[in-house]
Ligand binder design. Structure first.
Ligand code: ADP
Ligand code: ZN
Length: 727
């Protein structure tokens, strides 16, 4: 085999722009690059960081090439990562440059972390001894090197004492390598005793990891059955094998409890990765993942784009969660992309959920995924008893939203000293404000949406674009004072009702727009887990994964809320959300109850949840999807055309539709004005492409875009393969 390949004179470089292919750059004499090298290159008047790509690159006359400015001292992106970029770009119809950009989100991390100055004990004796010096010297030999302030702190002396000793040659200057952001996890640190079911599931996962190779396993087990406990065994096996592990969580900023649990099992925390991480920390994590000193990352969907070199397992917890879908620039579903990453990297992927997505469940039933089932809750914990509250028969008092049936149970729960959770997936005080005199409704000036009143903040807010205005005293239309009314409830309004009814109870409202942000949320969640609240009122934040030991009543304020929105997944989503929420109750063996306030107690979703017969629900839903050729039995893609004027958007959408080549297996629906017809001042039209399971959707859409009109003026076209949202 030939050892030395000819030195590259020119190299293709993918830059973080909407570029369809890599650009070619000259490689100067003093620079060596390989595919995956992260480099600095000139682009127009600027310089950007890009990645050396594979293949010969475009043929450009050598004299015209601009040179690569610098190769960063950074491990190159490995082949699997580069194929991952190509794959996502092709699948989502996004420019590869924009996908590569997701790998380059921590620019400061391309340079190695600086070593910090430290002190090394030389053994030289100081000229005279003091008590302070004595304390320093007692410690000095215990570590190979110290930081100046670390040593001062440990010895309980001032920095001057340390500096004095240094001047005398008792310490010499040395350099310390960057500190790891987390300690190394120990797979044998604290092994749990698994139940027979759990042990069997864990063995299946462990075998998969030890054997290596690609495969997907779905852990399907009710809330509290020990799914986490079980997939930790797969994590342990991967760590023991010397591989890195990625655990994806839908709401990482809130999963303090998860991190602690991980630490309990492995003796160290995983590195975190999410958008709330301070920039310096992001850079450290990125760098240490690429150098391999971080072995396990727990992160949000964007953690898929960390520069792992030895990735050997991905776990996707709560795999059904809609938060895994990114709907911005590159539209992708992190759950699906995790599976792709496993295939490209040839390692196993584990999906876990108490309410799996229909897609994953069908994949398991049809044999593409392995499925392990954990049928019961761990130990004596029983699932809550569930009941529908028929709001037609037991309506709330005038002006209220809580049925007497629910209020009575809250009373009893309070008396027992236990906690209640009220769930309503709506932030703010009221979703609509209107004038009782002239009927004026407060809408967003740039979106087709009503403004939501946030009473704590005294504002009317658009939940789509963030527009906000102070709630006025008088109607802007007719000028009448004090006749504005709030219509419908949000969590703040439920809190008002609860405080009025249970003034003695300690009540907490949890929603993502709370002042104080993630930090405060974490504290509040901890307080709840410690029993420092009696009644918790929350949005879907509270549905996800938390373990509140003393919570024995869950009331769903409006169980019908998710059913009305014309989304093909509405039933599935409602089922999942309500099962997750009611699953918060009774996690420690106390008897518990879930009440669902509904105007449609006979709706199949309500019946399925109340009966606890998830299997029947899934079967019915699967049959309906199959009948309608909807995912996973058919394929969907959305094309969203937006523009500054309605006419521009509509015309462009119509022309796109006309550009479609006829296909036997693929239909186009629309264009229709989007349900959210106006967002941030842009008018929106939607086309829906509907194909068979095996249809080449990407080919069809690519051709349509190529044959269609050029994007002119303010027009923007976005493609959403496997859409989750139809708004
Ligand atoms: P899930 O992820 O399925 O909701 P968890 O793994 O969170 O379930 O388990 C629910 C609770 O039961 C947790 O508090 C967990 O620590 C406990 N648990 C589950 N299995 C075991 C076990 N084998 N030994 C000790 N505790 C367990
Ligand atoms: Zn708006």
């Amino acid at each position: 085999m030939k050892q030395d390949s000819p030195r590259l004179r020119a190299a293709p470089v993918l830059v973080p722009m909407p570029a369809e292919r890599p650009y070619t750059y000259a490689v100067p004499e003093d620079i060596m690059v390989v595919p995956g090298s992260i480099v600095r290159v000139p682009l127009g008047p600027r310089e950007v960081a890009g990645v050396v790509w594979d293949g010969p690159g475009e043929a450009v006359e050598p004299r015209k090439l601009r040179p690569i400015a610098q190769v960063f001292d950074c491990p190159p992106l490995d082949n699997a990562a580069r194929r991952f970029v190509d794959w996502i770009a092709a699948y989502t119809l996004s420019p590869p440059g924009m996908v590569a950009r997701m790998f380059l989100r921590a620019p400061e991390a391309f340079d190695p972390e600086p070593w910090t100055e430290g002190l090394k004990y030389t053994g030289v004796a100081p000229d005279r001894m003091t008590a302070a010096r004595q304390r320093v010297l007692e410690l000095a030999g215990e570590a190979p090197a110290w930081t100046r302030s670390g040593l001062a702190h440990a010895a309980g002396v001032s920095l001057t004492v340390i500096d004095g000793l240094r001047t005398q040659g008792v310490f010499e200057t040395t350099f310390l390598p960057p500190r790891p952001v987390v300690a190394a996890p120990d797979p044998t640190y604290s092994r749990p005793e698994l139940t027979a079911d759990q042990a069997a599931a864990a063995a299946a996962l462990r075998d998969g990891v030890e054997a290596g190779g690609f495969g997907v396993t779905l852990i399907d087990g009710v809330t509290g059955s020990g799914k986490t406990e079980v997939y930790f065994e797969a994590v342990a096996a991967a760590i023991a094998k010397g591989r890195q592990v990625l655990i994806l969580l839908p709401e990482i900023a809130l999963t303090q409890a998860f991190l602690e649990r991980f630490q309990g099992r492995f003796g160290a925390r995983p590195a975190e990765w999410h958008s709330d991480l301070p920039p310096r920390m992001r850079e450290k994590v990125w760098r240490q993942v690429s150098e391999g000193s971080v072995r396990v990352v727990a992160g949000a969907r964007s953690a898929l784009f960390l520069p792992f070199q030895e990735l050997g397992l991905i776990v996707v917890d709560e795999e059904h969660d809609p938060a895994y879908k990114q709907e911005d620039r590159v539209f992708y579903n992190a759950r699906d992309m995790a599976v792709v990453r496993g295939r490209l990297g040839n390692f196993p992927v584990v999906l876990a959920s108490a309410t799996p997505s229909l897609e994953s469940r069908v994949n398991a039933i049809q044999g593409r995924y392995r499925r392990v089932v954990l049928p019961g809750r761990y130990a004596e914990a029983a699932l809550p008893h569930l009941r529908a509250v028929d709001m037609r028969r037991a309506p709330p008092a005038r002006g209220g939203f809580l049925s007497p049936v629910l209020l009575e149970e809250m009373d009893r729960t309070l008396e027992r000293g236990e906690q209640s959770l009220l769930f309503l997936n709506r932030r703010g005080y009221a979703p609509l404000t209107l004038c009782r005199v002239c009927g004026h409704r407060f809408g967003c000036p740039v979106c087709s949406a009503w403004l939501v009143e946030h009473r704590f903040r005294g504002q009317l807010v658009c939940h789509h674009c963030g527009h906000n205005e102070t709630r006025p005293e008088a109607c802007p239309e007719c000028g009448t004072f004090d006749h504005l009314v709030a219509c419908g409830p949000g969590v703040e309004r439920i809190a008002e009702e609860v405080v009025g009814r249970f003034p003695e109870a300690r009540t907490i409202v949890l929603s993502s727009d709370m002042l104080g942000g993630v930090k405060r949320l974490r504290l509040e969640l901890e307080a709840i887990a410690n029993g420092e609240a009696d009644i918790v009122i929350g949005t879907q934040l509270v549905a996800k994964g938390h373990n509140f030991p003393n919570m024995t009543l869950v009331g769903v304020v409006d169980a019908d809320l998710g059913l009305a929105n014309g989304d093909p997944r509405a039933a599935e989503r409602t089922f999942q959300l309500l099962s997750q929420v009611t699953g918060r109750a009774g996690r420690t063996g106390k008897k518990s109850l879930g009440l669902l306030q509904t105007y449609q107690p006979d709706h199949p979703v309500m019946r399925a949840i109340v009966s606890g017969d998830a299997e029947a629900f899934y079967q019915r839903e699967t049959a309906e999807r199959e009948h309608a050729h909807l995912p996973p039995f058919g394929r969907l893609a959305g094309i969203i055309v937006s523009a500054a004027t309605r006419a521009e958007a509509e015309t462009h959408a119509r022309q796109l539709r006309r550009a479609a080549a006829p296909a036997k297996d693929i239909q186009i629906l629309g264009p229709a004005e989007a349900p959210l017809a106006l967002v941030g001042g842009r008018h929106r039209f939607r086309l829906l492409v509907h194909g068979e399971r095996r249809s080449d959707m990407q080919g069809f859409i690519r051709a349509l875009l190529a044959n269609g009109p050029k994007q002119r003026g303010s027009v923007r076209v976005q493609v959403d393969i496997d859409p989750q949202s139809f708004l």
